[in-house]
Design a binder for this molecule. Structure first.
Ligand SMILES: [Zn+2]
Length: 286
């Protein structure tokens, strides 16, 4: 297994460019691949609405090994890009890198800590451009914490242990889309049941795979809803995860780590560092 070559830090400027908005101040260069997707499919030459679905810890090897379970995502997207996460591959570090476009030494979340991101983010960039943005996340999660205080609306759902699908944030986003009051331009939806489950069991337990499949179906439900309520707009869909996962990995010195067999992620190995993101455009109806 080898590492992917495109850093996750190139996403923020790409997403800003898709909406024809200036990038966050310290973001790395946008990807021409995403620009081409937008130009090829949008009637207006740019995305007018954006929905970003952010499931936690859906590593690239899951896409390789359980490809058919990603059919609901593949069906609504036209482009996949392999990214390499920022190190260490943990949630606050990587969502900070995804939404600032900067490496950990720049955004200053360098380890697992749910610290406020103080540099410019995509949320700030959208707000400056007059895009109305909603962030739907889970209470006390990284996504519900590190981007506080921006000029956006927050919908923070309780962390319900009985919600084995991690559906709460999707249900809230579906409600926002249905109501359209306010009529958001950008909706970011975070869910984390797959990640919860890999730590409690392992990456390929029945419970974990159930959560992974549920997240993919949640993306499909959101895609179908945007196609309905945002039919008049060029709509950008993103399926964006933060890092991968491993169980019982062998380090280069041959020593078996994590002997408890549970899932984890922290290592500089492709299993933890490689992710695949999916992007789609739903063109405005004529
Ligand atoms: Zn985790």
């Amino acid at each position: 297994m080898i590492f992917n070559s495109i850093p996750i830090t190139r996403l923020a400027a790409s997403l800003a460019a898709a909406m024809d908005v200036p990038a966050p101040e310290q973001a790395e260069e946008p990807l021409p691949l995403i620009e081409t997707l937008v130009k090829d499919h949008c009637r207006s030459d740019k995305a007018e609405k954006m929905l970003l679905f952010c499931p936690d810890a859906i590593g690239q090897w899951l896409v390789q090994k359980y490809t058919m379970d990603f059919a609901p995502v593949l069906r609504y997207t036209q482009l996949q890009i392999p990214f390499v996460s920022a190190f260490p591959p943990v949630t606050p570090v990587n969502f900070a890198s995804i939404f600032t476009g900067a490496q950990p030494n720049v955004h200053e979340i360098r380890r697992y800590e749910k610290k406020l991101v103080t540099i410019d983010t995509l949320f700030d960039a959208f707000a400056r451009a007059g895009k109305k943005t909603a962030l739907v996340a889970i209470k006390d999660s990284s996504m519900g914490t590190i981007f506080a205080g921006r000029n956006i609306d927050y919908y923070i759902e309780p962390d319900d242990p009985n919600d084995i699908d991690g559906a709460a944030t999707t249900l809230k986003a579906l409600e926002l889309l249905e109501k359209r009051k306010p009529d958001y331009d950008v909706i970011v939806v975070y869910t984390m049941k797959y990640d919860d489950s890999i730590h409690a069991t392992h990456p390929e337990s029945a419970k974990s795979l159930h959560a992974m499949k549920s997240h993919n179906l949640q993306f499909e439900m959101l895609a179908r809803k945007t196609a309905e309520v945002w039919a008049g707009y060029d709509t950008f869909l993103g399926y964006i995860t933060d890092h991968g996962i491993h169980a019982d990995h062998h380090s280069n010195d041959g020593i078996l780590k994590d002997r408890d067999g549970r899932g984890n992620h922290y290592a500089d190995i492709p299993e933890d560092m490689n992710v695949t993101h999916f992007f789609g455009i739903q063109p405005a109806e004529k």
